[in-house]
Design a protein around this ligand. Structure first.
Ligand code: F6R
Length: 261
């Protein structure tokens, strides 16, 4: 795992977008794993800008989103299907037949998990998985005690996560209680992971996930085990990391990051 500290939220999102863009340019048929949530909106804004101004071409990419709320139809404005249409799919040249999200309206959730896993396998696996982190340390909706080898399945959301997402739904009581999410094992199978966390509210959980023990109580900590995981944070989210000086040194000195400085 490597941690890259950026001066502010915009620079952090820009760096993540540039990492994704470089991957697409190097390999136009890239299979992207995508995330939703407030943090990702800035990343998608940058990708849309790059598509418009720098001709970033998504036409041969395939995408798989991490999760979807159980019970929400594709056209529900609070669904992650709607989020993705709004922030990315309608604004770049992705082929709609190659964009995928779990079907929250599926009748059989177990079956839906298997179907999704099969689709990912048939696409050749995920090349780059974009991740956020929730207050509970979740990646996707892998809440505490999710098995570190879990696959796409239905998961109950914690009260903390329900509270975190209440504003979008106009109240806690309206937030769905369950989601279909890629498992920690599914995420760990991707060839590269890039996690973005910004703001003071993420400082505690980032310190635990990155520098604490690997535990299913904080599923993001499993990423310490991933062979190629980059964690991008702004100064505020980095505030409680013990290794800050080392992380800053890496970004400032490693040749891999020269083009991004
Ligand atoms: C959603 C997802 C979640 C979010 C996380 C952070 O697809 O994967 O893990 O990334 O809950 O959400 P925000 O960015 O709203 O703080």
């Amino acid at each position: 795992m490597e941690v890259l500290i950026q001066p502010d939220v915009d620079r952090a999102a820009l760096l993540v977008a540039r990492i994704i863009a470089a991957e697409i340019r190097a390999s136009p048929k890239t299979v992207l794993g995508l995330a939703t949530g407030a943090t990702m909106e800035r990343v998608y804004r940058q990708l849309v800008r790059m598509h418009r101004e720098e001709k970033l071409d998504f036409s041969r990419c395939t995408t798989f989103n991490l999760d979807e709320y159980v019970g929400l139809a594709h056209d529900d404005p609070n669904s992650y299907h709607a989020y993705m249409r709004l922030h990315l799919f309608s604004q770049v040249n992705l082929n709609p037949s190659r964009t995928h999200l779990p079907d929250g309206a599926a009748r059989d959730h177990l079956e839906e998990g298997w179907r999704y896993e099969k689709l990912i396998r048939e696409a050749g696996g995920i090349d780059l998985q974009l991740l956020g982190i929730g207050q509970t340390g979740h990646i996707g909706f892998n809440e505490p005690l999710s098995a570190l080898r879990s696959r796409t399945r239905e998961k109950a959301l914690t009260p903390t996560t329900i509270k975190q997402n209440a504003a979008n739904f106009g109240g806690e009581d309206k937030v769905p209680r369950r989601a279909i999410t890629m498992g920690v094992g599914t995420i760990m199978d991707s060839r590269r992971c890039v996690l973005l966390a910004t703001g003071a509210g993420k400082a505690d959980i980032i310190a635990k996930a990155v520098e604490g023990p690997i535990t299913s109580m904080i599923t993001a900590s499993a990423l310490q085990w991933h062979p190629r995981c980059t964690v991008v944070v702004d100064e505020e989210a980095a505030a409680k990391l013990q290794g800050q000086d080392y992380y800053r040194w890496i970004f400032a000195n490693e040749p891999e990051w020269e083009a991004y400085r």
